[in-house]
Design a protein around this ligand. Structure first.
Ligand code: DNO
Length: 348
């Protein structure tokens, strides 16, 4: 397991100097944020980012994310031009020594919550999702608090975009994903860059939009769309885990044995009701997922890929990017490293 930490570049209040002081931290997961979605990433920018990180004694081998343009997900004729750009980006990433690219195929909205700063009983703030609240939100009203992920549209284009999705159901989205993968995976293979799709978060349809990477069955279908080691998964415990039907250690064993898990996001969540959850601290006792069992599954499959602690709460007065502060994620990394050391020693 290679322990990594997500960093949002020079604008991130969590600096590389701070990240390098987290015990056991070896790598950074980042992206180039000033290139519009759909355009190719130039090699020189990728190399400059890598060098900046390496100067601090950390590696950059995972990109999260290279976002997929909406026209690709919609299957519009313009998709071919955006796929060509994606291929150029993959080639350049390969030349710079990047090993894994995380991406998602969620229409319009990436991960979505009803509150980004919900106050927990200990006074910390966390991300929270309440389906009853989401159901009553009109995404066009501006009422929805968006976490600030990379979007491929401007706010004034949102209505137009949502209209275009009215004819896209799950099956059409699957077809568009297959088309995309068939075009890009050969380049991923040649460039030695493993693709790792991120599951839909939450793993069910929101605002009437299709969502397809939601459970074991969809992962099976996904890996068979293009049967290549380079067509892999980001196994995000928190995204899948809010559906009680998803058994995370089982997913790890199943897809890990097939060699398809290239990146692990480890976090806990606390299910508080039907389709309602809070993001808790990483410890098993604090949420609904057994993080020990999750790390045991990774240990059992001899996971050698990249892993990062995922969202943290805001604690100790920290302010910053929701889910991506320093302290709680650093505590998460240390907890995961502790479990890992114990599991490794118990096996020897
Ligand atoms: C949320 C993240 C996601 C992820 C994208 C990958 O915190 O895990 O935004 O980066 O879905 O494209």
């Amino acid at each position: 397991m290679k322990m990594t930490f997500r960093w949002y570049g020079d604008e991130d209040p969590v600096t590389l100097d701070k990240i390098r002081q987290i015990p056991g931290m070896t790598g950074i997961v980042s992206a180039i944020y000033d290139i519009p979605v759909g355009e190719a990433w130039p090699l020189n920018k990728i190399i400059a980012l890598k060098e900046k990180i390496e100067k601090k004694g950390l590696t950059l081998e995972v990109i999260e994310s290279v976002p997929v343009h909406e026209d690709i997900k919609l299957g519009l004729p313009t998709r071919d031009k955006y796929i060509e750009n994606y291929i150029t980006t993959l080639k350049n990433l390969g030349k710079a020594g990047i090993k894994v690219v995380c991406y998602n195929f969620m229409p319009v909205f990436d991960w979505t919550r009803s509150s980004l700063d919900y106050e927990l009983s200990d006074g910390s703030n966390a991300l929270m999702y309440d389906e009853n609240h989401i159901k009553n939100i009109d995404p066009l009203s501006g009422e929805l608090e968006l976490p600030g992920w990379d979007t491929s549209y401007q706010n004034n284009e949102l209505k137009n975009l949502l209209d275009k999705y009215k004819v896209i159901d799950n099956e059409k989205l699957w077809n568009n994903l297959k088309y995309f993968l068939e075009k890009i995976i050969p380049t991923a293979e040649e460039s030695d860059v493993k693709m790792a799709i991120h599951p839909d978060d939450p793993p069910w349809s929101i605002f009437g939009l299709p969502r397809i990477i939601v459970n074991k069955e969809s992962l099976e279908r996904f890996i068979n769309l293009v049967d290549s080691h380079y067509n892999g998964i980001t196994l995000c415990s928190g995204s899948f885990g809010v559906d009680r039907e998803n058994d995370i250690p089982e997913l790890i064993r199943c897809f890990g044995k097939k060699g398809r898990i290239h990146f692990a996001h480890v976090r806990n969540i606390k299910i508080t009701g039907d389709r309602c959850f809070e993001e808790s601290s990483h410890r098993s006792e604090d949420g609904s997922l057994d993080i020990y069992e999750i790390m045991k599954a990774y240990s059992d499959i001899n996971f050698e890929g990249y892993l990062r602690p995922d969202h943290g709460r805001m604690i100790w007065g920290e302010t910053g990017k929701p889910g991506y502060g320093l302290y709680d994620r650093a505590l998460g990394a240390t907890y995961i490293n502790g479990l890992w050391e114990a599991l490794k020693k118990a096996n020897n």
